[in-house]
Design a protein around this ligand. Sequence first.
Ligand code: ADP
Ligand code: MG
Length: 385
Amino acid sequence: MRYLRNIELKDKRVFLRADFNEPIENGKLVDDFKIRASLETIEYLIKQKTKIILASHLGRPSGQVVEELRLNPIAERLSKLLDRPIKKLDDSVGPQVEEAVSQMKEGEIILLENIQFNPGEKEKSEEYIKALAKLADVFVLDAFGQSHRDYASISGLAKVLPSYAGLLLEKEIKNLKSILKNPQRPFTVVIGGAKISTKIKFIKRFLETSDDLILGGALANTVISAKGFAIGKSVSEEEMVEEVKRLNLTDTKLHIPVDVIVSVDSSGQAPAKIAPVGKTEEEEMILDIGPDTVSLFSKIINRSGTVIWNGPMGLFEIDKFAAGSKIVAEQIAKSSCFSVVGGGDSITLLNKLGLLGKINHISTGGGAMLSFLSGEKLPGIEALE
Ligand code: ADP
Ligand code: MG
């Protein structure tokens, strides 16, 4: 791995691929955790007297310009946090971008437009890689949360420019590598959240490498369904049931909810009640884990040497269905284990509870963190080897 600290950068144009993919509502930033996590590298590059060209994606624009996904609110917040002007451009490549870059002085910062407005980013097109590479002398990857993607600005640029891991990526790799190689046991993995389709390969892998694997949230609904229990109108991916059935669902290290909170209405208006798994009525939805499940999961967390957590245990955005996620978060925070948490919603929850400081490593990646810890090769990181 090539690291940023070891090179002479003065006067160089540095292309910094950061991860500023923050939640945005009505054009306003709802969180700035990832922007803050990027500051150390940016400040380092300012001190090294480089010209800094920042790039990130935001949301899922699918290769076209989406007005609400422009990076202007990111530029504004970043500028405030750095206490420096940032020149935000309206494109990521082309003559106007090249002109702006050619006029940069050392210590100056340009933020390119949302890199996924260009279809070449996800297609990893040669043409787009070339157009981006023209802008800089050096490539720095700091977007850990995107490092599992094989995209132009992630793994593509590293092939054509001298490239290095930024300070944030370096920290992520060092923290996660020690767990991958030698986790303090018992090693517990807690996975919740929405979709089992995006996480099933990690679940398979952790069934081999962990000591305890806890599943909650909507993705556990699909497992409950695969076990033959009714789940009513719960959020679930029925097309995944067959694949889930092929997991070893009777493995004693696999823990799924034994009771749940159900309601006929996910807005929180209708009454909610505790039900044993299997006793969900046709018109009900499973919206949180129940109290017996909370005690079971807490017990496992408390005897763990390492806990990895990604994804809430229920529809935590609604207070009525937040208790399971909250208690699990609190248990992880107060346990003496080495704790690692990643994923946008999980971090939002920890932040709300004021528990961010009680976690040993907060990862800026959800999918990337699970991918790394399950032993996969991440294209962005591979490209820097
Ligand atoms: P993260 O962002 O931490 O990686 P995910 O994006 O995978 O987590 O999943 C978070 C989403 O899953 C939240 O919006 C949460 O409301 C939703 N969710 C979790 N459990 C349920 C459930 N039982 N029913 C509906 N939605 C759920
Ligand atoms: Mg999420």
